[in-house]
Design a protein around this ligand. Structure first.
Ligand code: UDP
Length: 465
């Protein structure tokens, strides 16, 4: 064990549960297992309890007048970060008076902090809270931007990234789908910086992305090292055994093993009114048991509840089809806005997961061996869906109609297929195998465990220097 008391890390998370959770998880791991001290910097409360040895600092949000309400969520995060360079600089300078900072670790929005941190002489690392497929894409994006014109979805051939499944233009990140947009420019800007960090950590594991991991191991060429350190998810032990279980867990306790399909679109996903109805009627038609985290529909935003996950209207379930709750009460459970997802996925009654393919949700499904229906909505989720369906073969992909809506008969078909069908059986088996690999990667001597040891030894060396 290391005993150097001056190995201090600063970990900075961008806004959003999907970013704060893995960054907090990483901080906790580095402090508890590797004896670092740490300061965790974020923009909101931390949604999970950190050990008291980690001090937390909250950065002020940017003035709202600078950001229009219809600005893309990702642009909003980038503007928030750009606005925070100076406050973070003050924090680091003040810490440096008493502490030697071994490194600052950012998430994938950290690019604009990079030159400031380098100026202060502190090593900077980026933690990609997604996978190698995403990282490969981002590193290639500036080349695409500089060498092609027109929309990416009109590219004549799928993109072949080293060691990855082919990627069609239509499945590129949602924010780059309109090349002339402000948000696309932001993504390219973020991407141009990743290889300038001192090291890149990825929340993935070798067995999932063998080809890409191998490519990055050999990459060299003056590029920073890349380490697979996942699946890093928030440990389930956060459940307080003193507290009564959430009502959906009580309900799951009554259901037979592997019978329930869990439907949840992450912390931010929202559907239109029409899509919400089609999903409801499809779940009803499927005849399967379901646990559905329902959100108030949003006609304009697919990540509508990102900054405000608990928003509910006056009649919180008034948008559901008439009589739906009554007709499905024997086998359906509805939870408004938020469910204890990790606990749900770890419950033996849960047999499938209809997911937006957010990467944290996906990793949580892996470690619990729950096969998925991929229903991507925003961000890099379409790429994750390709990785899950065509690469790992642990998910069935939902067919979206030409009008952009997934119709009720498609919902019924895919949900039934996942729980009872032949294809469902295949993805379930494959998911069981992947679960073993995922768990093994994090165990002592596992690939991600060893990668993490390597990262730690470099960070400790930096401190000693
Ligand atoms: N989550 C949850 N309950 C919910 C919805 C989401 O606990 O009802 C958690 C989920 O377990 C995951 C995170 O929120 O850890 C969502 O992250 P993900 O990357 O899947 O999606 P994002 O919200 O960033 O789109």
């Amino acid at each position: 064990a290391y005993t150097n008391p001056s190995s201090h890390l600063v970990v900075v998370s961008s806004p959003g549960v999907g970013h704060v959770t893995p960054l907090a998880g990483l901080t906790k791991l580095l402090v508890l297992r590797h004896q670092f001290t740490a300061t965790f910097v974020t923009f909101s409360d931390v949604p999970c309890s950190l050990p008291s040895s980690i001090s937390t600092i909250q950065l002020p949000p940017p003035p709202l007048k600078d950001i229009h309400s219809d600005t893309h969520i990702l642009t909003r995060i980038c503007l928030t970060i750009a606005h925070s360079v100076s406050p973070l600089r003050q924090i680091l300078i003040s810490l440096q008076r008493t502490t030697r900072i071994a490194a600052v670790i950012f998430d994938l929005f950290g690019s604009d902090f990079l030159s400031m941190v380098k100026e202060l002489g502190i090593p900077a690392y980026v933690f990609i809270t997604s996978n190698y497929f995403f990282l490969s894409f981002m590193l290639h994006l500036p080349i695409l931007e500089d060498t092609t014109t027109g929309e990416f979805r009109d590219l004549p051939e799928p993109l072949l990234l080293p060691g990855c499944v082919p990627l069609k233009g239509e499945d590129f990140l949602e924010p780059v789908q309109k090349r002339k947009s402000e948000v696309c420019a932001w993504v390219v800007h973020l991407a141009r910086h990743y290889d300038l960090f001192d090291g890149i950590l990825v929340n993935s594991f070798e067995a999932l992305e063998a080809g890409a991991t191998k490519f990055f191991k050999k990459r060299g060429g003056g590029n920073p090292p890349v380490w697979p350190i996942g699946p890093l998810i928030w440990p389930g032990s956060d459940v307080d055994s003193e507290q009564p279980s959430h009502k959906c867990i009580e309900w799951l306790n009554q259901q037979s093993s592997g019978s329930v399909v869990f439907v949840c679109f992450g912390s931010g996903g929202t559907l239109t009114w029409e899509q919400t109805r089609e999903l409801a009627l499809g779940l009803e038609m499927s005849g399967q048991s379901f646990l559905w985290v329902v959100r108030a529909p949003n006609e304009t935003e697919i990540s509508g509840s990102f900054f405000n996950p608990n928003k509910t209207g006056d009649d919180p379930l008034g948008f559901l089809p008439e009589g739906f709750e009554e007709r499905t009460k024997e086998r359906g459970m509805i939870v408004l806005s938020w469910a204890p997802q990790r606990e749900v996925l770890g419950h033996c009654a849960t047999g499938g997961f209809v997911s937006h393919c957010g990467w944290n949700s996906t990793l949580e499904s892996f470690v619990n061996g729950v096969p998925m229906v991929a229903w991507p909505l925003y961000s890099e989720q379409r790429m994750n869906a390709v990785l899950l369906v065509e690469g790992a073969k642990v998910a069935l992909r939902v067919n979206v109609g030409e009008d952009g809506v997934v119709r009720r008969d498609e919902v019924a078909k895919v949900v039934k297929n996942l729980i009872e069908g032949e294809e469902g059986k295949e993805v379930r088996q494959r998911m069981q195998e992947l679960k073993k690999e995922a768990v093994r990667a994090m165990e002592k001597e596992g690939s991600s465990y060893k990668a993490m040891e390597e990262v730690v030894s470099i960070l400790k060396d930096t401190t000693a220097a």
